[in-house]
Design a protein. Sequence first.
Length: 99
Amino acid sequence: LGVMQERRLRPDVVTYTALVDACAKAGKAMDAVGWLDKMEASSTYPNSVTYNAVINSFARSRSVAEAERTFSRMDSASVRRDIVSFNSLLSSYTGAGQP
């Protein structure tokens, strides 16, 4: 991202989603949220793939409340939830032993 900025290239949804997903897969859910926040602050709008990466990260770390918050955030951002969104949220419940 630093190189892109040095060259005055603006990151797009794909760039930010790749950063979010990399953090999520590394088990750094809060870093993923940080990139999501930066993405929105730069007027680059996340899509369902972006949000699903964050929800999956919280599901893996058994952070049900954060998974739910991100799921709700999709609706607030007018991003359509898809089957992956619902399955990821369900995974957070089963991983945490909740109904």
